[in-house]
Design a protein around this ligand. Structure first.
Ligand SMILES: [Zn+2]
Ligand SMILES: [Zn+2]
Length: 146
């Protein structure tokens, strides 16, 4: 996203354009699936005076507004990305924690139908899918060690 795109996105979501918010969008654009610490470091490199709390607030506001998607694989810190609205899923490496996007075969939520949930009167709006395994780098390391 260019700075102008970010401004449009913020205004479109009804949020005020602030420098910390622009910086957060910038950092997440450069580092998809960045965790909070990475976002914090990145924002501080751009705006040294910004407080931790301000960055947390930005992440919350941007996530609530649907400009950021927050994912939190078990055992991992929350991670943020700009790719929203396409119901894509994630490959997570058990060894190094690397997160990779994979397209959803269906493309919209909830992509896994469950007749049983409907039968129970539960309205499902999302299925959270994480594929766990080993990334290419980690599976190569494992193989060469044995
Ligand atoms: Zn790995
Ligand atoms: Zn993703």
């Amino acid at each position: 996203m260019t700075p102008t795109d970010s401004e449009h996105a913020l205004r479109g979501a009804g949020l005020r354009v602030t420098r910390p918010r622009l910086a957060v969008l910038d950092v997440v654009a450069e580092r998809p699936h960045a965790d909070t610490g990475t976002v914090l470091d990145g924002v501080r490199a751009l705006l040294p005076a910004v407080s931790h709390q301000a960055v947390y607030d930005c992440l919350g506001a941007l996530t609530d507004a649907g400009l950021l998607r927050r994912i939190q694989p078990a055992g991992s810190a929350a991670r943020y990305e700009l790719r929203v609205g396409d119901n894509h899923h994630h490959l997570v490496c058990r060894s190094c924690g690397a997160v990779t996007d994979v397209d959803c075969a269906v493309g919209h939520a909830p992509c896994l139908a469950t007749d049983d949930a409907e039968a129970r009167g539960f309205e499902v709006d999302e299925a959270e899918v994480i594929y766990w395994g080993r990334c290419p780098a980690c599976s190569t390391t494992l193989r060469s060690r044995s």
